[in-house]
Design a protein around this ligand. Sequence first.
Ligand code: GSH
Length: 138
Amino acid sequence: MTATLYAMPASHPSIAAALMLERKEIEYETAWLLLPFTGPILRLRGFPRRTVPALRIDDRKIQGSREISVALDEHTPEPRLFPCDETLRRDVEQAERWGDEVLQPAARPGVLPQEWVAEAGLGQPQAASEPSPQGGTP
Ligand SMILES: N[C@@H](CCC(=O)N[C@@H](CS)C(=O)NCC(=O)O)C(=O)O
């Protein structure tokens, strides 16, 4: 089984999805996408939305870091990403939701100093500061 993770450089949700796959020890390859081709390529590959991370695994197509974490625990139950205990699981889901809805928008390139982004090897500073023709965010 080979999984393909569709990702963009400097995309923290893409990095989160890669870390999930690594923790699960699932073999995968990464297809790096760049704006403005991200959306069209994902649509051509059969994904409904334009954003990364997107994952193809065993003919399943999953898009979005939160959807990917749930799907990976279904696909490969051990080691678990979510705790078994319901209360702890809710805490983790809440933290994930905060990361998705609050932290991600706050940490978009353009907010972080470009020299930090460059030093961390997270992407090309000029790509981060140029508006996407699709209005997308890296
Ligand atoms: N909350 C979503 C974020 C998805 C997202 O905004 N991805 C960005 C990269 S970090 C993207 O694909 N941007 C391209 C676009 O908006 O066209 C997740 O966690 O999957």
